[in-house]
Ligand binder design. Structure first.
Ligand SMILES: C[S@@+](CC[C@H](N)C(=O)[O-])C[C@H]1O[C@@H](n2cnc3c(N)ncnc32)[C@H](O)[C@@H]1O
Length: 302
């Protein structure tokens, strides 16, 4: 199991084990709305793996992680990890590497690298061209880590020391082991990465031995402005899924009458917890649906 490195509103960390235990046998695994990948990184690898999200910046994080050997940039990973016997750091940006050549004695830059800073956040939000993958990765990670619930749009704020919800800002990226595992997971299994509309992906990979896990934006995502890419409707997704050859599981909230909207499929209600957005309120319990085109055995319905 590999820990995801970015969060996404509606992430499935709390439900991951329960959902994965209900996945059917398959050869090809396709995740149509992967976001932070809390399911993808937790499940055992499948023979063929495909991840997709229409938010191209989010998918570029996965593309760039595959390419960036040691995300040496400001050294937030390299300098934090314990020294190994032989060490090689590489970056295509010669100016950056000249800093390391010149400055042999380095004080840790890592603590500052992902600290919230509004000016930096606003500047990075506007950046659209990059000299290399490292620069693009840094930008995209910074926006994910230093935004409100990882929405990449709303700056998280500077005065967070007292707010326990934000205690992990930047921490994930200072953990070399976690980064390596994350990168290996994407690289070693040759995961295919797309940033397209979910319908294109389903069409492309639909086959009897394909399993789709779908976690679309929920009913209130558009009015809450949860993601850059929204605009999908549950009724359209269900219509689109009717008659596919592969199997699917879709997660959805219980605000709408899903039984009426998706009458052709099996619908199971489960309980989960969400963290409150209000300071110090903790977690609260809600109902959610799992919608499938295959039966989940009764003894696995918890
Ligand atoms: C509920 S989130 C997925 C959360 C994810 N399961 C996790 O654990 O982090 C929904 C995702 O759908 C993406 N999205 C929105 N519209 C899309 C579309 N038409 N096709 C594919 N992805 C889309 C959003 O960018 C967002 O990342």
């Amino acid at each position: 199991m590999v820990k995801p490195i970015i969060a996404r509103i509606g992430g499935k960390t709390k439900l991951a084990d329960r959902l994965i235990s209900k996945f059917p046998e398959h050869r090809t695994y396709v995740e149509g709305f992967v976001g932070g990948g809390s399911i993808f990184f937790k499940k055992p690898p499948s023979e063929i793996e495909v991840i997709n999200d229409k938010d191209v910046d989010v998918m570029n994080i996965y593309r760039d992680v595959k390419k960036v050997e040691a995300f040496v940039g400001g050294g937030s990973i390299f300098f934090k990890k314990p020294p190994s016997e032989i060490e090689v750091i590489n970056d295509k940006d010669v100016d950056v590497m000249n800093i390391y050549r010149d400055v042999k004695k380095v004080e840790s830059l890592s603590d500052k690298e992902f600290q919230p800073n509004r000016k930096k956040f606003d500047k990075l939000r506007k950046q659209t061209t990059f000299r290399n993958n490292k620069e693009r990765l840094y930008r995209n990670l910074y926006l994910s880590l230093v935004s409100f619930r990882g929405d990449r749009q709303n700056y998280i704020g500077e005065n967070l020391e007292s707010d326990k919800r934000y205690k992990n800002v930047g921490v994930k990226f200072k953990d070399q082991k976690q980064y390596d595992q994350f990168r290996d997971r994407l690289k070693n299994n040759n995961v295919t990465i797309h940033s397209q509309d979910y319908q294109k992906i389903i069409k492309k990979y639909d086959a009897p031995d394909t399993f789709f896990y779908l976690d679309p934006p929920y009913s209130r995502a558009e009015s809450n402005k949860d993601y850059k890419e929204v605009g999908v409707r549950i009724e359209d997704i269900c219509r689109f899924l009717t008659g596919i050859k592969g199997k699917f599981m879709m997660s959805y909230d219980a605000e709408l009458d899903v039984k009426k909207i998706c009458p052709k499929f099996n619908i199971y209600k489960i309980k989960t917890k969400y963290e409150s957005t209000q300071k110090d309120k903790g977690a609260y319990e809600v109902d959610e649906y799992i919608i499938t085109n295959y039966k989940i055995p009764k003894n696995n319905l918890v």
